[in-house]
Design a protein around this ligand. Structure first.
Ligand code: NAP
Length: 386
């Protein structure tokens, strides 16, 4: 495939109706990405139906192609998949084994740590992407959502080589699990409200009666009502474990924090350097959208707070430094404020009691935008520009 050819690239989209895929369609539409590509939609569940109607997208093929049809996939210059890891596991290797040499852009975790794949977050690691493009790399994988949002916020400290280690506690929204998880959360909130609606309507009712009934209802949810969060209700609750158990006291989500941050920044054995230690505790909370995290850094030298703030604020056009004050924090550093926007607020930046090299911060980002969809569509543009 010649990237410099004047013809439009043929782009196959898989997983466009899921949570990440829907946001990707919105962004591609808003940025008029469809104007410069020939789009074919694929589905794993309704091949043969009409392709979706998306603003600004004139489909190349009006019929949904089968996402498992290797011949149809092979006809694409670029495949963008938001279908999930099982799909990548099933399709990617046979496609490559069959000789397909196109660009594979993927939201799932499966190929992230492969030596021949780059984790894409171009405002942070454009040099890594450009070097890989020049070497002929064709696998471009979106990073873990929490990692990408964190680096969009405080990547400046890593770029400056200032981080000796980092520890983070996350607050991750239901949508991180996908579309069915969001529906499950809202159904649970509805059921909890319904359970106590009479008591809430009576200002004289006892709050402990309301509380008792809510807790009893949470404990009585059926397997079907809690299927997406593995039998645990998230409504009015939190779950301090995300993704599989690695058997060493950490979850896979927590492992990604260290492994992916280093790989995105071009640090680690693959790049001939030593990894920065990063530890995370990842927690699912009952918000709809946006992943937040509380960060602790040990810097390798004492840097004045004003310099740290300036570095963060000037790193990219989406990061928004929030003054470490009550009103500004309450107004700006919330999931509700950030949902659906490209902004990455960073606040609570302060020196910690442990010593002048210790810095605290809090950041939040829409994990479906910078944490998932946005790097994928930007990678398509980078490929087109070659
Ligand atoms: P998702 O919402 O569950 O969608 C994935 C697929 O599930 C869809 O393409 C669709 O495929 C099918 N599906 C089944 N029931 C659905 C329903 N009720 N509504 C919509 N689609 C439904 O998954 P996702 O959250 O977008 O995640 C996709 C990939 O991105 C995963 O690998 C995930 O780990 C990764 N990722 C997710 C996030 C996030 O915040 N959610 C962030 C970063 C990366 P068919 O049309 O073929 O049936």
């Amino acid at each position: 495939m010649s990237l410099s050819s004047a013809r439009k690239l043929s782009v196959g989209l898989v997983g466009w109706r899921g949570m990440v895929g829907s946001v990707l369609m919105q962004r591609m539409s808003a940025e008029r990405d469809f104007d410069s590509i020939e789009t074919t939609f694929f589905s794993t569940s309704s091949a043969g139906s009409a392709a979706p109607k998306i603003d600004g997208c004139k489909v190349f093929d009006p019929i949904l192609q089968d996402g498992n049809d290797l011949t149809a996939l092979k006809a694409m210059d670029v495949i963008i998949t938001c279908q999930g890891g099982d799909y990548t596991k099933a399709v990617y290797a046979p496609l490559r084994a069959g000789g397909w040499k196109g660009h594979w852009i993927d939201a799932s975790k499966i190929l992230r740590m492969a030596d021949d794949a780059i984790i894409i977050l171009d405002p942070i690691n454009m040099p890594v992407i450009q070097t890989a493009l020049a070497k002929g790399v064709t696998n471009w994988i979106g990073g873990n959502c929490t990692v990408s949002c964190m680096l969009m916020g405080v990547g400046a400290l890593f770029k400056a080589g200032l981080v000796e280690w980092m520890q983070t506690s996350t607050y991750q929204a239901a949508s991180g699990g996908g579309a069915p998880n969001m529906r499950e959360l809202l159904l649970q909130y509805g059921a909890l409200h319904h359970e106590v609606a009479d008591l809430l309507a009576d200002p004289a009712s006892a709050i402990l009666d309301i509380d008792r009934k809510v807790t009893a209802k949470q404990r009585a949810f059926t397997d079907a009502e809690t299927a997406n969060f593995r039998g645990v209700p998230l409504g009015g609750n939190l779950i301090p474990w995300i993704d599989t158990d690695r058997g060493d006291g950490t979850s896979l989500e927590e492992w990604k924090g260290g492994a992916e941050t280093n790989k995105i920044m071009g640090i680690g054995a693959l790049f001939g350097s030593t990894e920065i230690p990063i530890d995370s505790t990842c927690v699912r909370i009952g918000s709809m959208r946006c992943h937040a995290q509380s960060l602790t850094f040990k810097l390798n030298k004492d840097v004045p707070l004003a310099d740290i703030e300036a570095m963060i604020a000037n790193d990219n056009e989406w990061v928004k430094l929030v003054p470490n004050e009550r009103e500004a924090t309450e107004k700006n550093l919330t999931a509700m404020n950030v949902a659906g926007t490209m902004n990455i607020p960073v606040g609570r930046v302060r020196k910690l009691a442990m010593g002048p090299q210790y810095v605290g911060a809090f950041t939040i980002g829409d994990q479906l935008l910078w944490g998932a969809a946005e790097p994928l569509r930007r990678m398509l543009r980078i490929i087109q520009a070659q």
